[in-house]
Design a protein around this ligand. Structure first.
Ligand code: DX5
Ligand code: ZN
Length: 226
């Protein structure tokens, strides 16, 4: 399963799904080929919005793992160390914390691995990649935010393309590189060419009429592994 993290994949963000029929929407992307399901957790403090807790991960876990897919949890919360075990216990395969939210980032990365999940660090658009110099060997994944976190459907910040290239050169090959925010079928190819291998996509997957078709267009543009 962890090998999925090193392949090219679109990771649909359920933030833009229809929450009144969340299982159906997740099933639709799994049927279309999705193998990484991105879960955006927001606390109303680190970011202005409030979204999802471990209960939703528990509820989706049989469906997602039953399809051989990973649950990729993006914690946009203060004090994420308080919730690592809860999300790992709920079925998270990847737990990503924000560099900006962790005073003791090294300790939190160790804690995530100890809990049995892959350890990720997310960087806000204003945070330089070089801030990970002392922990890059302890990351399984780095997530570059190409929007300011908090909401789906925002516009891609163009300087993120150059940041991906610099991140790919700066990080060990073993570290997966995820890009989050404003991904569309028009920019997916360039993002992969720059070095990202996981592209989070919310509104461009769940925002249209046909989830399967939207997913397929993105997967094709990214050159997703099949
Ligand atoms: C933003 C979230 C993203 C978001 C992406 O704070 O972390 O994962 O769902 O949504 P789109 O693809 O619509 O920019
Ligand atoms: Zn996210």
């Amino acid at each position: 399963m962890p090998d999925l993290l090193h392949e090219i994949h679109i990771a649909p963000s359920i933030l833009s799904a229809d929450f009144s029929r969340l299982g159906d929407d997740v099933e639709a992307v799994l049927n279309a080929g999705a193998r990484v399901i991105h879960v955006d957790v927001m606390d109303g403090h680190f970011v202005p919005n409030i979204t999802i807790g471990p209960l939703i991960v528990t509820a989706l876990q049989p469906l997602v793992h039953g399809a051989g897919a990973l649950i990729d949890v993006h914690l946009m919360i203060e004090h994420p160390e308080r919730y690592v075990e809860a999300f790992a216990g709920a079925g998270a395969n990847v737990i990503t914390v924000h560099q900006e939210a962790c005073v003791h980032l090294h300790r939190v990365l160790m804690q995530i691995r100890e809990a049995g999940a892959a350890a990720g660090v997310a960087l806000n658009p204003a945070t330089p990649i070089e801030t990970l110099a002392e922990v890059r060997e302890h990351c399984d994944l780095v997530e570059i935010m190409s929007v300011n976190p908090g909401f789906g459907g925002q516009r891609f910040i163009e300087t993120s393309l150059d940041k991906i290239e610099r991140a790919r050169a700066f990080l060990p090959d073993s570290v997966a590189l995820e890009l989050d925010g404003g991904v569309t079928a028009l920019n997916a190819g360039a993002l992969v060419a720059a070095g990202a291998n996981l592209l989070v996509a919310g509104s461009s997957v769940f925002g249209g009429q046909d989830i399967g078709e939207q997913y397929a267009a993105l997967a094709q543009a990214a050159g997703e592994a099949v």
